[in-house]
Ligand binder design. Structure first.
Ligand code: AVI
Length: 323
């Protein structure tokens, strides 16, 4: 796997049999779907990195700007001696902004399913922040896991979940994630979440239909992965990237549409496509500050602060758990 930031969906090192089971289940269903977590093979992670640099894809730039502008205020929420736990840390690029503003932090705990990446990143963090104890944990952030003893015994723990990864979960999964994070961090904890906001449909649609076609390549790469890992026979020139904002459900939907009636083999099974039939590959939910606060409140997190960029495109929101 290439060492690029993969700051998003939790499961990546899944074995082929789980991939096969999930893909076949999704392709047998009506409407067809494939879980978005399977975008992130080496090429998919690389394409996602390119997406974050596109002119139309505003979320990453907006979030970095908010973090830089408000790092000191965010750091004020973190008591001296606390441990910062990042869920799905990838390259820790955004955490570095906070770490620079939190010189009294006792420990930084990057948590990611990709152990190789966080071990490598931890070595660099120890070099760049010699005062800081870096305690990487390889785990699926959607499942219960134990924090290292030093983080467990710190006077408090602060969770960090940037990148609007929460938006790629269905709302009930987002609630389950927040509940799991509360259990892991424990009473008195805080949580810092980066989430993309509801905005003009044109801005949203452009962000997922970039003019260079990188998002289309990212979406279609899923078929390349299925061809390679599951003996698929998808012809990429017979499928097209579709992304649009679903106003009722406050989400961008990504699909792969079959341009013709055809049969495709996957893991020895024949899948029929009608002309125009789609595989639903991703939802990217957009929230308001209030709607995320309501979701969080429902599982015991109390909303505390929220910052946005000047256009109100993106938000960093904080929550606390009763002590
Ligand atoms: C990782 N995640 C927050 C991205 C998003 O915007 O939902 C994934 C993505 N899909 C297409 N472009 C970016």
């Amino acid at each position: 796997m290439v060492a690029v930031a993969r700051k998003h969906l939790p499961l990546q090192n899944t074995d082929v049999s789980e991939f096969e089971t999930d893909v076949l289940e999704g392709l047998r269903a009506s409407p067809k779907y494939v879980p978005a977590k399977y975008f992130y093979d080496a090429l998919g992670s690389h394409l996602f990195e390119r997406i974050t640099e596109l002119a139309e894809y505003y979320p990453t730039r907006c979030e970095m700007r908010i973090l830089r502008r408000h790092a000191t205020e965010i750091a004020e929420l973190v008591p001296p001696g606390a441990a910062l736990v990042e869920f799905g840390s990838g390259s820790s690029k955004k955490a570095r902004i906070l770490l620079r503003a939190m010189p009294k932090l006792a420990a930084y705990v990057p948590v990611d399913i990709c152990g190789e990446m966080i071990e490598q990143e931890s070595t660099e963090l120890r070099r760049d922040f010699p005062q800081l104890t870096v305690l990487p944990v390889t785990a699926d952030i959607c499942k219960p896991f134990k924090l290292p003893e030093e983080a467990q015994s710190a006077p408090s723990r602060i969770g960090f979940f940037p990148g609007s990864t929460i938006g790629n979960f269905e709302p009930h999964e987002a609630a389950a994630f927040l509940r799991n994070a509360a259990n892991i961090l424990g009473s008195g904890a805080s949580l810092i979440v980066g989430v993309d906001l509801i905005k003009s449909i044109d801005v949203l649609n452009a962000a997922y239909n970039d003019s260079e076609g990188v998002t289309a390549q990212f979406n279609l790469n899923l078929l390349t992965r299925i061809n390679r890992e599951l003996g698929g026979t998808f012809r990429l020139d017979t499928f097209e990237h579709h992304a649009f904002y679903n106003r009722e459900r406050h989400r961008i939907e990504m699909h792969l549409a079959s341009l013709k009636r055809q049969k495709v083999k996957v893991a020895g099974e024949t899948i029929d496509f009608r002309a125009g039939e789609t595989i639903h590959t991703e939802n990217s939910y957009k929230y308001s500050v209030e709607s995320l606060a309501a979701l969080a409140r429902g599982v015991g997190w109390l909303p505390s602060r929220a910052w946005t960029d000047s256009r109100k495109y993106f938000s960093i929101q904080t929550f606390t758990l009763a002590g």
